[in-house]
Design a protein around this ligand. Structure first.
Ligand code: CU
Length: 268
């Protein structure tokens, strides 16, 4: 009799737990809906939105990085030492350290908010930043990543690469990727401008990783432009970093919902 009663209590407790679990998503959805003043949002959708939320504000800082003076002639890379590298290129390959665009702007400049966001903690995105080794070159040559965001490193070449990254503020790693198609994931645990990664098999290979504690960074491309979107209104110091020409900083104020322009200039 006593044994049967215990079983009955376990059954009742189980039903209560099941009811409790079943009611949670509805409560959470209702809370989400109330918070936004709209229709209730399903939990999974709300979680996606949080994970991919790009920013905490509605302000933008944008600009270009100009290059003053005559563009230096690009240096060619000799890949004769590894036929697997050389046969992937029909055209000569040029070094990527100084790339001046036809419109007089500079490529591969890392621009980021250096100060003005202190006291705010940003969750790293679950989506990995990517660093590919293709044609025995790093792609991209300069990348930005958030602290603790995954970095997916791929070998797209049928030759051995090692990825030797030497951060001062995070754990260094030296990763061998002997097979085409290999992928590895790493991360950096502390901010650092910049982390240099090299391949010891191919001495011309170098990549630079800007590790920041927030999502407000960019790298100039073929148009020399950058755009930091979704910033909270405030006063910021921006820094522009280039591997040959060093760093420049500028201060800027941006109002709520406004767009502020900041241009940088490096000279050769
Ligand atoms: Cu290599």
């Amino acid at each position: 009799m006593r044994y049967e009663r215990q079983h009955a209590w376990i059954f009742v407790a189980g039903v209560l737990v099941a009811i409790g679990c079943g009611s949670r998503p509805q409560d959470a959805a209702a809370t989400s809906g109330d918070a936004q003043g709209g229709e209730p949002i399903q939990l999974a959708q709300a979680a996606d939105e949080v994970a991919s939320a790009p920013a905490a504000g509605s302000s933008t800082i944008q600009g270009t990085v100009k290059f003053a003076g005559a563009a230096p002639s690009a240096e060619r890379i000799k890949m004769d030492a590894d036929p697997q590298c050389k046969l992937q290129h029909q055209e000569p390959v040029e070094k990527q350290d100084v790339v001046v665009n036809p419109n007089g702007t500079l490529q591969h400049v890392f621009v980021y908010v250096k100060s003005g966001l202190e006291g705010t903690t940003f969750t790293p995105p679950a989506q990995a930043a990517t660093l590919d080794q293709h044609g025995c070159m790093y792609s991209p040559h300069v990348i930005g990543i958030q602290v603790n965001q995954p970095l997916e490193i791929t070998n797209s070449d049928a030759t051995l690469h090692n990825v030797n990254c030497k951060p001062a503020n995070s754990k260094p790693f030296n990763l061998a990727q002997p097979v085409k198609g290999m992928k590895s994931k790493k991360q950096f645990t502390a901010p650092e401008i910049m982390v240099k990664c090299v391949c010891n098999v191919h001495p011309w290979m170098a990549a630079y990783v800007g590790v920041v504690a927030h999502p407000y960074y960019g790298v100039t491309g073929a148009d020399g432009a950058f755009s930091l979107t979704g910033l909270p209104a405030g006063d910021y110091t921006l820094e522009a970093w280039h591997e040959k020409f060093g760093v420049k900083t500028k201060t800027v104020h941006v109002g709520d919902g406004e767009t502020a322009s900041v241009d940088f200039e490096f000279a050769g």
